[in-house]
Design a protein around this ligand. Structure first.
Ligand code: HEM
Length: 409
């Protein structure tokens, strides 16, 4: 998702082309094997002037070092995430993502308790049971398409149950998600992609107008209803605010954990020693999740717009300039000892995969719980697996998920 930021895949071009950092960042090659590409961008142009991540020619900057990325994320007075930062066809400001401090804090005060570690821990048994049921569907086959059969249904089902929305709506949500994040179009046609995003935004508004009205009339104890009836700053949310929250939840809740599961299982399937380490030492799973969030960073970029003039490494950023913040690139920087080594026992892993500063991910406790249970149960039931013979894995840029992940065991 984007506030998260969507991406337009591009080719890296021929060797004699001028270095195109945005082209490299959003290339299929970088999506498949990002760390060396991030290193090339950081080394050649840590603050790069580029076209925008939506593919248009607007003035835009790409930040890729840990220091600059952390600074930008922590200084929303300079790097704003207002709706000018990115347009994914939303009809209402995505809340809390597209609200700058100080207003931002009031939304987080209401929403944070709904995603607290304690509340997420209460979901664990249900999530473990669900994961078991999903694995039951394919374990005896000796194969599955992990992306289709596990990584897509698992977090989506958890999210729909949490929100109190019918499972039968899932195909519709997945279509909206894909049309927003990776519309199936010629990557060099950003205008058509934007039209699809806008039509999708309208459809999402219509769906949630009905869903919100229903919860207003008939409250229940699920998350959507709780938000509809919540207080913010001593008042109820307006309809526009609720629609902005729901739109963001839908994109955040459906795509990110799917992408992360794809990245992690694809890595483990291709690194049998590391997979075996987790099978033999499940107590390393928490550390492995943090390390793979760092080295695989599924949400590779987030978007900002410059609010006040700022000079970074000698480059003058002007108000209105777009900024693509490379959190994946930052996670491969020399801030980390031996940054390209994947070390499940790494200490002090201050990765930026969930962002940093005021907009740090609201759903990180939910995501971590889902990832832990998924990895625990999958490796308990299917300790040995590999990528199916003859497969060439392809990843989508920007939010890295696989286009299919066939496994065999
Ligand atoms: C492994 C999975 C996930 C990853 C990698 C991830 C990553 C991120 C990142 C990088 C940001 C910062 C965006 C920015 O600064 O512009 C963010 C924000 C956010 N995430 Fe997540 N996310 C994940 C899962 C979730 C889930 C499951 C939810 C909830 C259902 C969620 C809800 C949000 C929300 C609402 C924000 C905006 C917070 C704010 O603006 O204050 N995320 N996430």
């Amino acid at each position: 998702m984007s506030g998260y930021g969507t991406g337009t895949p591009t080719s890296t071009g021929s060797p004699e082309d001028a270095f195109d950092p945005m082209g490299v960042l959003f290339s299929m090659e970088a999506a498949a094997d990002p760390l060396p590409h991030y290193a090339a961008i950081r080394d050649r142009c840590p603050v790069a002037q580029t076209r925008s991540m939506m593919g248009d020619a607007a003035d835009n900057w790409l930040l890729s070092t840990y220091e600059d990325v952390m600074w930008a994320l922590r200084h929303p007075e300079v790097f704003s995430s207002s709706p000018d930062a990115v347009n994914i066809g939303q009809e209402h400001n995505l809340i809390p993502l597209q609200v700058d401090p100080p207003d931002h804090a009031k939304y987080r005060r209401t929403l944070d308790p709904e995603f607290s570690p304690k509340r997420m821990a209460a979901l664990e048994d249900d999530v473990r049971a669900l994961v078991g049921e999903i694995i039951d569907r394919f374990v005896a086959n000796g194969s599955c398409d992990f992306h289709e059969d596990f990584a897509t249904p698992m977090p989506s089902t958890v999210f729909l149950r949490l929100m109190g929305m019918p499972q039968s709506d899932l195909p519709q949500f997945l279509e909206w998600r894909d049309n927003t994040i990776r519309p199936d179009l010629d990557p060099n046609d950003p205008d058509s992609a934007q039209k699809i995003r806008e039509a999708t935004g309208k459809a999402i508004t219509k769906y949630f107008e009905n869903a919100i009205a229903l919860r207003r009339a008939t409250p229940d104890d699920n998350l959507l209803s709780r938000i509809v009836h919540a207080q913010v700053d001593g008042r109820s949310f307006t309809d526009d605010e609720l629609l902005g929250i729901c739109h963001l939840m839908l994109l955040a809740g459906l795509d990110t954990v799917t992408a992360t599961l794809d990245c992690m299982i694809a890595y483990l399937a291709q690194h049998p020693d590391q997979r075996q380490l987790l099978v033999d030492h499940p107590e390393l799973i928490d550390g492995a999740i943090e390390e793979m969030l760092r080295t695989e960073t599924p949400v590779t970029v987030v978007a900002r717009v410059v609010k006040q003039e700022h000079v970074m490494r000698g480059c003058a950023l002007k108000p209105g300039d777009g900024v693509t913040i490379g959190i994946g690139a930052a996670n491969g920087d020399a801030e980390f000892v031996d940054p390209h080594k994947v070390d499940f026992r790494r200490e002090g892993n201050r990765h930026l995969a969930f962002g940093a500063g005021p907009h740090r991910c609201l759903g990180s406790h939910l995501a971590r719980m889902e990832l832990r249970i998924a990895l625990e149960e999958f490796h308990r039931r299917i300790p040995e697996y590999s990528i199916a013979d003859g497969t060439t894995l392809m990843y989508s840029p920007a939010i890295r998920q696989t286009f299919g992940l066939p496994l065999q065991w």
